[in-house]
Design a protein around this ligand. Structure first.
Ligand SMILES: [Zn+2]
Length: 198
């Protein structure tokens, strides 16, 4: 896996979903937040990858569907700051409707959360040593975001590839890829499937 010289990217995913840890030394970020009720699995995978949970400075959900944000509350309780972006807050309550009691979803309590404007993402990432920004990339869902590192690595969640734009809102999907492309995305780290070049 290619990564910028000062950053490393590790996949700690499971159940055919990729969860990415981007690290600047021991300052780390988690992109996508696990299935509900699987904190033990996430912890085990982090341990296997030699990534202490307290080194994860913040977590981002590509969007608030349960396979991407199911552990938001557990991670919050474990001390990880979850960055909820301005287009995302409204999507969070519906996660509860898509889980059954046997999923053991712990509801993400957003009462104290101040949504982050996209324009502030670069500053926040810089504070943890990561050069990049977060962009709104709707198309799979209205609240979908992407993390774009300055070396061109783009973490795109469930944004369908352009040739499969019909799997989402095709115009929005194409516009999101156009934005990523204009901003310098060269390599795609999707939530499902292998890393690919653009
Ligand atoms: Zn989704």
């Amino acid at each position: 896996m290619t990564a910028p010289p000062d950053l490393t990217v590790v996949n700690v995913g499971y159940r055919s979903t990729n969860y990415w840890v981007v690290s600047a030394g021991r300052s780390r970020l988690l992109f996508d937040l696990g299935w509900p009720g699987t904190m033990g699995m996430l912890r085990a995978n982090l341990r296997r990858a030699d990534i202490p949970l307290p080194e994860i400075r913040c977590g981002l959900a590509s969007h608030y569907h349960i396979d991407h944000a199911g552990l938001a509350q557990e991670l919050t309780l474990a001390g990880v700051r979850i960055l909820v972006f301005e287009t995302q807050l409204a999507a969070i309550p519906s996660m509860k409707a898509f889980t059954k009691p046997q999923n053991h979803y712990l509801e993400f309590e957003t009462g104290g959360i101040v949504p982050v404007p996209f324009a502030e993402s670069r500053t926040i990432l810089k504070e943890i040593g990561i050069g990049g920004e977060v962009l709104p990339t709707p198309g799979h869902s209205a609240d979908s975001i992407s993390l774009l590192l300055d070396d061109g690595s783009a973490f795109t969640g469930d944004l369908p590839p352009e040739e499969l734009a019909e799997a989402g809102d095709p115009d929005l999907v194409r516009a999101s890829w156009r934005l990523l492309c204009e901003k310098g995305a060269r390599r795609v780290y999707p939530a499902h499937g292998p890393v690919r070049t653009m």
